[in-house]
Design a protein around this ligand. Structure first.
Ligand SMILES: NC(=O)C1=CN([C@@H]2O[C@H](COP(=O)(O)OP(=O)(O)OC[C@H]3O[C@@H](n4cnc5c(N)ncnc54)[C@H](OP(=O)(O)O)[C@@H]3O)[C@@H](O)[C@H]2O)[C@@H](O)CC1
Ligand SMILES: [K+]
Length: 551
């Protein structure tokens, strides 16, 4: 069975922006490091599969995926670049399978290979004469082949890269890149990963090709969702190489996928009333940031909450009342200088007991009175009210040393990189260098679900799980889109989801809404309020996908 996931809404951007992923197995949505991949390989071998079998499966699966990319494959010209290790071995098996499928094959050896190796023998048995860069007139032949080939399969290096790429491999990859400029119709496919891409960090070598397809083996690699690597993989296909089910139960990283989201979305009974879908209180807004509060309230409603109440400063009520007609309003007392009054927290707390979830922070500002208000609110809020904290609530938290020891209840935090830096004391560079691991570690230390926003948003759970958004949409890098995400997550919390589920489903729905807008108008000029109507559409689409796949 072949299962596809990714965004059906978008125009399937094969560019650097969104990972469109197809998987051959359901568990292939897990995300691995090279160490984890080696561990899974070891477990597979211990369970009785030989390394040669795995390589045979890998090469054949890659060839099958490649054939599936073309309406008619026989007669296509394919060039396979072979490196020194097992990635090259997979390439040799793929070359043989592609020949069997009718391709006209050229195999180009960038390092010597053992002629006794089974994969090499398979190639010779099929009357393929590998060209050896060291003895066969080198690059003039390569250039000639490149001028005519329909596709190039990059099987130079895989997960075993140990140093910068130099010499013949670097020169060959550079030549492919050069010819591709002249012949954009030539398809470039990476076997397992684009050679030179670090599967753990997403770093790339100078020679790494930005390919059209990455056919990865068994599991997607973390580096595909970290930059700059994420710009090099384009469409990712996960090939089933026969690693038995159940060996990956302790792999705790995943790409968020529509099937998961469908499974965790709340069921909405037909005889529902507004109490059925939860009540959200949004504590937000200031004279400077009117829009943040508005967007968070509207998105909470659009994500399905039964009732949304905005708790905001009394002096802003007339503006909010005009903008938010479905929302109810709690007027927070102010001082004569229009700052939140000391008793404002108690006013909010006295009402909050009737709410299932609260979103605190969007656009509150950072005046000392506001910080005091947030601290009081957070220290008094009942465990029965689920919480999502964003923006100025996070800024207020980070003013307290070891804030997580003081604020020690469950919550979802939704920091962007700057807010995460303030909360953690890490530099922006340290966070960007390894977003997934940093998010996982801090979620565990803080005891919170942490949504580290950005291209390929990462959701970390205190129990060590991480879930990564398949989307990287520059259109979402604009003011207010974070407030929309906060509203969606609060809404899902109020509808009964736990913190991790609400966060990963919220991130997915938000991303899907963003892809829908990008599909309509492109990624420049998207504004946060464009997302609002797309939220229920995204939820509907997820539910209909299930319906469609049942028939
Ligand atoms: N895991 C699995 O389940 C399965 C994995 N499979 C496949 O195995 C692949 C990993 O294989 P791999 O370990 O042999 O690594 P790979 O990248 O092919 O080459 C390493 C070789 O390159 C060399 N070398 C390194 N850097 C270099 C440089 N810059 N310049 C020059 N040389 C350099 C390095 O030499 P060394 O560092 O030892 O000097 C070594 O000789 C994986 O991606 C997948 O395709 C499947 O077959 C089946 C199931
Ligand atoms: K490769």
């Amino acid at each position: 069975m072949r299962v596809c996931f990714g965004f059906r809404y978008s125009n399937f951007v094969f560019g650097s922006l969104t990972a469109t992923i197809s998987t051959a197995t359901l568990n292939a949505m897990k995300l691995v490091t090279s160490t984890e991949m080696n561990l899974l390989e070891k477990r597979a071998v211990e369970s009785g599969i030989s390394l040669a079998d795995l390589m045979r499966n890998a090469g054949q699966a890659v060839a099958t995926e490649i054939c599936g990319l073309f309406d008619s494959f026989p007669g296509k010209k394919a060039l396979v670049l072979i490196g020194p290790g097992n990635n090259g071995g997979d390439g040799l098996v793929a070359a043989r399978s592609l020949k069997d499928a009718g391709a006209i094959i050229s195999v180009y050896l960038l390092s010597p290979r053992d002629p006794e190796d089974f994969a090499y023998k398979q190639v010779l048995e099929a009357d393929i004469n590998p060209i050896d860069v060291q003895s066969d007139a080198g690059f003039s032949k390569l250039r000639k082949i490149l001028d005519e080939t329909d596709l190039v399969l990059d099987a130079v290096f895989g997960t075993g890269l140990s140093r910068p790429v130099t010499g013949a491999p670097a020169a060959a990859l550079a030549l492919v890149a050069e010819v591709r400029e002249e012949r954009p119709e030539m398809i470039v496919i990476a076997l397992d990963l684009p050679s030179g891409l670090n599967p753990d960090t997403g770093e790339v070598d100078d020679s790494t090709l930005a390919v059209d397809y990455t056919i990865t083996l068994g599991y997607a690699k973390r580096g595909f969702f970290l930059f700059p690597g994420a710009d090099y993989t384009r469409q990712i296909l996960v090939a089933n190489i026969g690693i038995p089910e159940g060996l990956d139960d302790d792999i705790l990283s995943e790409v968020i996928d529509e099937h998961d989201v469908l499974a965790i979305l709340p069921i909405r009974p037909s005889d529902a009333h507004k109490g059925s879908f939860g009540k959200v209180m949004v504590v937000a807004g200031s004279a400077e940031f009117i829009g943040a509060a508005t967007l968070a309230c509207q998105s909470a409603a659009r994500a399905g909450a039964g009732l949304v109440t905005l708790a905001a400063r009394r002096s802003l009520h007339h503006i909010f009342a005009a903008k938010l007609i479905e929302t109810t309003h709690l007027l927070l007392p102010e001082t004569m200088h229009n700052e939140l009054a000391p008793e404002a927290a108690e006013v909010a707390l006295s009402k909050l007991t009737k709410y299932d979830a609260a979103a605190v922070g969007p656009g509150l500002g950072q005046a000392p009175e506001t910080v005091e208000f947030i601290h009081r609110l957070l220290s008094g809020i009942s465990e029965n009210t689920k919480l999502v904290l964003d923006a100025d609530a996070l800024n207020a938290l980070s003013l307290t040393p070891d804030w997580w020891k003081v604020f020690d209840r469950r919550a979802v935090l939704t920091p962007h990189t700057g807010e995460f830096a303030r909360l953690s004391g890490l530099s922006i560079g340290e966070i960007l260098a390894n977003r997934m691991e940093v998010c996982r570690k801090k979620a565990a230390l803080w005891g919170k679900v942490v949504v580290l926003k950005g291209a390929h948003t990462v959701v970390g759970s205190p129990d060590g799980r991480i879930a990564v958004s398949p989307s990287a949409n520059p259109g979402l890098a604009s003011g207010g889109t974070g407030d929309v995400l906060t509203g969606i997550i609060a809404s899902l919390l109020a509808q009964g989801l736990d913190e991790f589920d609400a966060a990963r489903a919220g991130v997915y729905i938000h991303a899907m809404a963003g892809e829908a807008v990008r599909g309509n108008i492109g990624d420049a000029g998207m504004i946060a309020s464009d997302l609002l109507i797309q939220i229920p559409r995204a939820i509907k689409s997820i539910k209909e996908h299930d319906h469609a796949s049942c028939h």
